[in-house]
Write a protein that binds this ligand. Structure first.
Ligand code: AMP
Ligand code: MG
Length: 345
C-alpha cells in the first residue's frame, strides 16, 4: 500500500511517499521525501508571516510533487491514499495544503486521510531510519509513557497508555518553548529561526546569569515562557547599559537555554512522580537541540527515552505519510472533509 503525505502547517512544505507491506507486521519503506523550507522568506520579518507561508506552499506544492513523480516514476493512480496534516497550524497555510490535496484526491478518485500534526510528531519516534528505499520495521515502544511535544507552536505534556489511548496533562499558557527560544535569540540579535543559532552560541558560554524557571512550583503540568522572555529582555538591557553585551552574549544564551530546558525537565520529572511509566517520548523541532537531548539522557538515566531522528524532529512530509497509516480507518471521501484545523490533541 502506498501513501502520499503532505505537510503545510507552518513554514515547511513537505511531501513524502511511503510504502507499507500488507502483512500487518508494520514494515515500511520511504520511497521519496521532498522538503522545502521557507526560512529565507520569513527571516527578514523576524518570524513567520502566515499569508507569505500560504503563498509559498501554493508555489512549492506542485513543484515538489512534480520532482517526486520524476524521481520515483510513480503514477498517482497507484497511490492508495492521500494524507495531509489538517492542523493545528497557521490557518492560511493549512487551507493551501488542504485544497491541493482535495483536488488531487478528487482527480484520482482516492480517499483522504486527515492527520493531526501533533500526533504525527509523536508517531515519528517509531521511524528508525531516514534512508530511501529500504524496508524497515516500526520501532517497538515501551508503554505507558510520558510524552513531551516541544515545537515552534506547542509545548504539551501527554500521558500515553498507548498511541491509541492518551490524555493531555498540560500545555503552555502563552508562548511555546520554540517560540521563546526564537524570541530570546532575537533579543540577542540572532536571525530567525533563532533556536539553532542560540544553541550554537550557548555552546561557547556558561550559565552565569540567574533566570526564573516558570511555574515549576505549581501543582499542575502547564508551562509559561512569556515571563522568562521578559526577564531575559530586562537582563540583556541591564548588561547592555553596562557596556558588556558583546562579551556576555554566549553566557546569556547559555543561561536562557538552561532556564528554559530545566523548566521542561522539572515538569517531566513531576509527571514521572505522579504517573508510573516505562518511558519518555520527546518530540518536536526543539528536540533537534543536542544539549537538550543530553540533559534528558542524563537526568532520566533509568528510563527508556525516545527521540525522533534529528531530521524528523522538525516538520516534514514523512511524519504525515507515516502517521496516516495508523488512521486509515478514518479515511474520507474528499467531499466529506469537514474538520476544524484549530483542534489540538
Ligand atoms: P517545529 O515547530 O516542530 O517545526 O519546530 C520549529 C522550532 O524548533 C523553532 O522554534 C526552532 O527555533 C526550534 N528549533 C529547531 N532546531 C533547534 C535547535 N537546534 N535548538 C533549539 N530549538 C530549535
Ligand atoms: Mg511542528
Amino acid at each position: 500500500m502506498k501513501i502520499l503525505g503532505f505537510e503545510t502547517t507552518c513554514d515547511e512544505t513537505g511531501i513524502s511517499l511511503i510504502e507499507f507491506k500488507e502483512n500487518k507486521k508494520l514494515e515500511f519503506k520511504i520511497l521519496a521525501h521532498k522538503l522545502r523550507t521557507q526560512v529565507e522568506v520569513h527571516s527578514k520579518y523576524g518570524g513567520i508571516v502566515p499569508i507569505l507561508a500560504a503563498r509559498e506552499h501554493k508555489k512549492n506544492l506542485p513543484i515538489l510533487l512534480d520532482n517526486l513523480i520524476k524521481e520515483t516514476k510513480i503514477n498517482l493512480k497507484d497511490v492508495d491514499y492521500f494524507a495531509f496534516s489538517y492542523g493545528p497550524g497557521l490557518p492560511p497555510a493549512l487551507v493551501e495544503g488542504k485544497e491541493f490535496v482535495v483536488r488531487l484526491a478528487k482527480r484520482y478518485d482516492k480517499k483522504i486521510i486527515p492527520v493531526n500534526h501533533l500526533l504525527a510528531h509523536f508517531y515519528s519516534i517509531l521511524i528508525s531510519k531516514n534512508k530511501l528505499n529500504i524496508w524497515q520495521k516500526v520501532r517497538k515502544i515501551e508503554f505507558p509513557a510520558i510524552g513531551l511535544l516541544i515545537s515552534g507552536g506547542h509545548t504539551i505534556l501527554v500521558h500515553f497508555e498507548s498511541f491509541e489511548k492518551f490524555k493531555k496533562l498540560g500545555e503552555t499558557l502563552d508562548d511555546a518553548i520554540g517560540e521563546s527560544l526564537d524570541k530570546a535569540a532575537r533579543i540577542l540579535g540572532l536571525e530567525y529561526p533563532g533556536g539553532p543559532k542560540l544553541e550554537k552560541l550557548a555552546k561557547k558560554g556558561k550559565p552565569l546569569f540567574n533566570l526564573p524557571r516558570p511555574m515549576v512550583n505549581q501543582a499542575n503540568f502547564n508551562f509559561s515562557f512569556a515571563g522568562l522572555k521578559t526577564a531575559f529582555w530586562e537582563l540583556v538591557e541591564e548588561v547592555r547599559r553596562l557596556n558588556k553585551l558583546e562579551e556576555a552574549k554566549a553566557d546569556l544564551a547559555n543561561s536562557y537555554q538552561k532556564a528554559a530546558f530545566e523548566t521542561l525537565i522539572i515538569k517531566v520529572k513531576k509527571a514521572l512522580d505522579r504517573y508510573s511509566v516505562k518511558s519518555i517520548i520527546v518530540t518536536g523541532g526543539v528536540i533537534s537541540n543536542l544539549t537538550l537531548r543530553k540533559m534528558f539522557l542524563k537526568f532520566f538515566k533509568n528510563k527508556k527515552i525516545y527521540f525522533p531522528l534529528k531530521e524528523l524532529s522538525t516538520d516534514n512530509g514523512i511524519n504525515i505519510a507515516f502517521a496516516s497509516y495508523f488512521f486509515i480507518e478514518k479515511a474520507l471521501e474528499p467531499e466529506k472533509l469537514d474538520i476544524n484545523p484549530i483542534t489540538t490533541i
